[in-house]
Design a protein around this ligand. Structure first.
Ligand code: SF4
Ligand code: SF4
Length: 397
């Protein structure tokens, strides 16, 4: 046997006994996989999760044609702070997982999808912004804005990103056939929630409210979930679910776990039972324009339903230049008001200006969140109204 072979066998033998000794003697165990990941943490290089592997290739089809930036109102109003959809699609998203270098811009995307219809490659820019934020929570949460962390803390503690819910003075009737789901924003507004429930009750719905969980919306835009496991439990035993929040309505309507349950948006429920001849015309200065809720609600047909119903209820309507399917964000979308309240206020003011330019005296929204955003700052030229406030007033006449 040559010397090299003897040396090799000796080293193997020593290592074998060392390994055996270490496995029986108490010692501090090192997670080797974690140790390996640690070598790359500084550079924020990480392996993708299975879900990211599936999602990311579909987000990387931008050909930098330059068509979309002109459609992004946030980019126009941000005075250069937000670099816009082409930057997101062609540059920032391709630096994954190193999105941290875009953190002065990424939190300003409203995740509104207003830039998507023009795209020849059908790049899902809104989904991309959400995916980047979700990945940052996983890879480098410490780099995200403080407002994101506060929202996450609120979500853990209160089930919504805004804070503690006030007590709601609404009917809790365990045997009622219909359940009213309010959504995270209306649950923070007891008076407005009571008006929605009161209007539905006046129209003959026998309903109750119950506990609710996270519903998407801004929480989802920030990359924080949502966990909708609560929905089938909340709905169990009901024949009808009426949902006031547009985004929650879509989530419940499309939930495959709710077979056999009828799900309606609050406006659908109202439209079905609205008394013939009951008019909204005297409840506001006219004519009126409609601002549509988030992009999901627009794609759902709610924009058309709102206009049809208002026309039937005697409201003279004016369409804004960017109306219905193409409505721009008004400040809360994507969490903009959490990180840049001044930009949020500019978005709301621009939308009020759209309504004034269309010749409207009243600006109506079926989204409580839009109404709050649009009402901030005030503008005596235009009267911002929540649709369900108007309905309640009309029924009281
Ligand atoms: S999703 Fe909205 S805010 Fe984001 S880049 Fe597109 S248009 Fe702009
Ligand atoms: S329109 Fe589509 S392909 Fe063109 S720059 Fe924008 S995201 Fe890229």
């Amino acid at each position: 046997m040559d010397l090299a072979r003897i040396k090799a066998i000796s080293v193997l033998g020593v290592n074998f006994w060392l390994h055996l000794g270490r496995s029986v003697l108490p010692h501090h165990k090192v997670d080797q996989a974690e140790l390996f990941r640690g070598y790359f943490r500084e550079d924020r290089l990480t392996s993708f999760t299975a879900a990211e592997h599936e999602e990311l290739p579909g987000l990387e089809t931008c050909v930098a044609c330059g068509l979309c930036p002109g459609t992004c109102r946030v980019m126009t109003l941000s005075e250069g702070r937000f670099r816009g959809p082409m930057h997101l699609a062609a540059a920032a998203s391709r630096s994954q997982p190193d999105f941290i270098h875009d953190l002065d811009s990424l939190p300003l995307c409203a995740v509104c999808g207003q830039c998507e219809p023009i795209c020849p490659e059908r790049v899902p820019v809104a989904a991309m912004a959400r995916a980047m934020r979700r990945m940052l929570w996983r890879v480098a949460p410490e780099t995200l804005p403080a407002a994101y962390h506060q929202a996450a803390e609120h979500l853990r503690t209160f089930g919504n990103i805004y804070g503690p819910e006030p007590k709601l003075d609404l009917p809790i009737k365990p045997g009622a056939p219909a359940l009213l789901l309010l959504g995270p924003v209306l649950r923070l507004m007891p008076e407005r929630a009571a008006k929605v429930a009161g209007t539905l009750a006046k129209l003959g719905y026998d309903l109750t409210i119950g506990p609710e969980g996270p519903a998407g919306g801004v929480a989802e835009d920030l990359g924080l979930g949502p966990d909708r496991a609560w929905i089938p439990h909340a709905v169990a035993g009901r024949q009808l679910v009426i949902v006031a929040d547009p985004e929650l309505w879509l989530a419940v309507r499309d939930d495959p776990r709710l077979k056999g349950v009828t799900v309606k948006s609050a406006l659908e429920a109202v439209a079905e039972k609205w008394p013939a001849g009951a008019s909204l015309a005297g409840t506001m200065p006219g004519p009126a324009a409609v601002h549509d809720a988030d992009p999901l609600a627009r794609r759902s047909g709610l924009a058309r339903l709102t206009r049809e119903f208002l026309g039937r209820a005697g409201v003279e309507l004016r369409e804004m230049a960017d109306g219905a399917e193409n409505s721009p964000p008004v400040g809360w979308e994507g969490g903009i008001e959490l990180v840049e309240p001044e930009l949020a206020a500019r978005l709301a003011a621009a939308r009020r200006e759209d309504a004034v330019n269309a010749g409207a005296k009243t600006l109506i929204s079926a989204s409580a969140q839009d109404v709050v955003a649009l009402g901030k700052g005030g503008d005596e030229r235009i009267n911002v109204r929540y649709l369900f406030d108007l309905l309640g007033e009309a029924l009281r006449r």
